[in-house]
Design a protein around this ligand. Structure first.
Ligand code: ZN
Length: 108
């Protein structure tokens, strides 16, 4: 009996989809968000490689950088929990979750 050629990768673990830490959407173009802005990290003597990063979609990242200063982000909003604790962030996240991923989101 010939060995069956099985090309299917049944053994491969399906990769869990990466989602934005703020809005939880499976955005195809997630970026690494540095929890401490790079310029602030340098000022505080933190090596770039030591700054924790999280996956974030461009909409959420854009919102953060437009809404908060680098100093605020570095000192007060340097964890996902702290960011999500902000009322204005919660409002934005609720709104952005209703936006289609294909559509570029404009943040003001
Ligand atoms: Zn997001």
């Amino acid at each position: 009996m010939a060995r069956k050629q099985d090309q299917s990768s049944w053994y491969a673990e399906p990769k869990p989809p990466e989602v934005c830490v703020l809005c939880g959407r499976e955005a195809p173009n997630l970026t690494d968000h540095h929890l401490v802005p790079k310029s602030q990290g340098r000022r505080q003597g933190v090596r770039l490689g030591d700054i924790p990063t999280v996956k974030m979609c461009p909409a959420c990242q854009g919102y953060l950088s437009k809404t908060f200063s680098n100093a605020e982000l570095a000192n007060e909003l340097n964890t996902v929990e702290a960011i999500l604790a902000r009322e204005e962030v919660q409002k934005f996240v609720k709104w952005v979750q209703k936006q289609p991923l294909s559509k570029g989101v404009r943040v003001h």
